[in-house]
Design a protein around this ligand. Structure first.
Ligand code: SN0
Length: 316
């Protein structure tokens, strides 16, 4: 694996999941493959799980880590070609990224969408300028449209816990006080489509995700109907793709114990952070069906599997 930008960098998602199983069975089986190497983690946005799990994953492989919080600790970057830099941005990505890669052997980058200009966000300007200017592999730590480290984790978590060959997996929209990216949901849909699960996405009418990621999935707009018989319930808010970035208020879409009762005692998943009693009710998150903490733990093994594949490729 050269970069980890999207599912397209993975030859076979299921064999990648096998590698995550191997790591989870023995996380410290290979503590020298990354010796002398440095992972740079560049954050344009907040992070808890991604930062900590990817750092720990690197340590388990013998790497060191440098974290840069661009928005608070570094110079403001310019991305536009030919920009006359007489405003806020201090440094162009054309210098900044090659310089970063002269100190690092792998670079991870997180950059959320602005949620104002759909074309701009869906062109993935920040992520692509990192890939273009980096002289080392790049890992997507959640970009404007995708979050593949989360999705690999999610697929692994379902494979680890499924009780039937083809579980019914439902991705349901849920309310949120802010406009959020579509990235987690887009990416989850993209990875689910590579499986033979019975996969449904349910959202209020008008909040459909972009077809490029959901084509082939069952798409519903009646939540209760979609929840019937679900084995896994993936709960997530996203803002509108069609009325780009708009937040919609549908308080009746919160996942409560009454909704959970409609499922086949579904395992409840969420990428976290989660707004309790808005997205998911307390008794569901605190209840026996919730696997959100175990799911987050699996971020470590997924990140470690990805780093290991990239390190192995560098040894060639
Ligand atoms: C991000 C998102 O893409 O939905 C990151 C999830 C891994 N979530 C948020 O930004 C939540 C912010 C909030 O105010 O709850």
């Amino acid at each position: 694996m050269k970069n980890f930008i999207s599912i397209d960098d993975v030859d076979d998602p299921i064999s990648m999941v096998e590698k995550v199983f191997e790591i989870k069975r023995a996380p410290l089986a290979d503590t020298t493959i990354g010796r002398g190497k440095v992972l740079g983690l560049v954050f344009f946005n907040s992070s808890l799980r991604t930062r900590m799990s990817t750092t720990r994953a690197a340590y388990n492989l013998g790497m060191n880590v440098i974290v840069l919080n661009v928005s608070s600790d570094s110079w403001q970057l310019e991305f536009e070609d030919g920009a006359i830099m007489d405003q806020g941005a201090v440094e162009h990505v054309k210098e900044a990224v090659p310089v970063m890669t002269s100190y690092c052997d792998i670079l991870g980058v997180r950059s959320f969408p602005g949620l104002e200009n759909r074309d701009k966000d869906y062109q993935e300007e920040v992520l692509h300028s990192f890939v273009k200017n980096a002289r080392c592999p790049v890992i997507n730590l959640e970009s404007s449209t995708l979050h593949p480290l989360q999705s690999l984790t999610d697929l692994f978590t379902i494979e680890e816990r499924k009780q039937s060959e083809k579980p019914k997996v439902v991705l349901t929209w849920a309310p949120h006080p802010k406009s959020l990216p579509q990235s987690v949901a887009n990416s989850f849909a993209q990875w689910m489509k590579k499986t033979d699960y019975d996969f449904t996405i349910v959202q209020p009418k008008g909040l459909e995700l972009p077809e490029q990621f959901t084509r082939g999935a069952k798409i519903e707009c009646h939540q209760e109907k979609a929840l019937a018989g679900a084995d896994f319930l993936y709960v997530k808010n996203w803002s509108s793709y069609h009325n780009y970035g708009a937040r919609e208020d549908h308080p009746e879409w919160t996942i409560t114990s009454e909704k959970l009762a409609l499922t086949n005692s579904a395992k409840v998943m969420h990428c976290l952070p989660v707004r309790r009693n808005v997205v998911i009710a307390d008794d569901v998150i605190d209840g026996a069906n919730s696997i959100v903490v175990e799911q987050a733990e699996n971020r470590l093994y997924a990140a470690q599997a990805v780093l290991k594949e990239i390190l192995k490729n560098q040894q060639k």
